[in-house]
Write a protein that binds this ligand. Structure first.
Ligand SMILES: [Zn+2]
Length: 103
C-alpha cells in the first residue's frame, strides 16, 4: 500500500475495479495497469525514480573516465590515423561534458 501511494504521488491513478486474478487494488501508471498484490511495484517505483540530476551525475562520471582513458591512449599512440580518431573522440566527450549543467 505504501508503494501504491508512492506511485500515486508520481502521477499514477488508482482504479475502481480490483485485479481479476487476486482482487488486489490496481493502479494505472504511464498507460499501464499494475496490481498492488501480484506486480512488483517496488521495481516500478524505483525505475520511475531516476532523476535528471542522477543521470547528469552519471554522465559526468562516465564521460570523465572515458576522456581520461582517451587522453592517456593518445599520449602513447604513435599512429597518426589513430591519433586523429582519439582526438575527435576526446573532443566529443569534452563537448558533451561542457554541455552538462553545472551542479
Ligand atoms: Zn493481482
Amino acid at each position: 500500500m505504501k508503494l501504491a501511494a508512492e506511485l500515486v504521488g508520481k502521477g499514477a491513478t488508482m482504479l475502481a475495479e480490483p485485479c481479476p486474478k487476486d482482487g488486489g487494488i490496481q493502479v494505472r501508471y504511464r498507460g499501464k495497469v499494475y496490481c498492488t498484490i501480484h506486480d512488483d511495484l517496488s521495481s516500478i517505483a524505483t525505475s520511475v525514480g531516476v532523476s535528471y540530476d542522477t543521470v547528469v551525475a552519471q554522465m559526468r562520471e562516465v564521460l570523465l573516465a572515458r576522456l581520461n582513458e582517451t587522453i592517456t591512449a593518445l599520449g602513447v599512440e604513435k599512429d597518426l590515423d589513430k591519433q586523429e580518431g582519439l582526438v575527435s573522440l576526446a573532443a566529443k566527450y569534452f563537448e558533451l561534458l561542457e554541455k552538462l549543467p553545472e551542479k
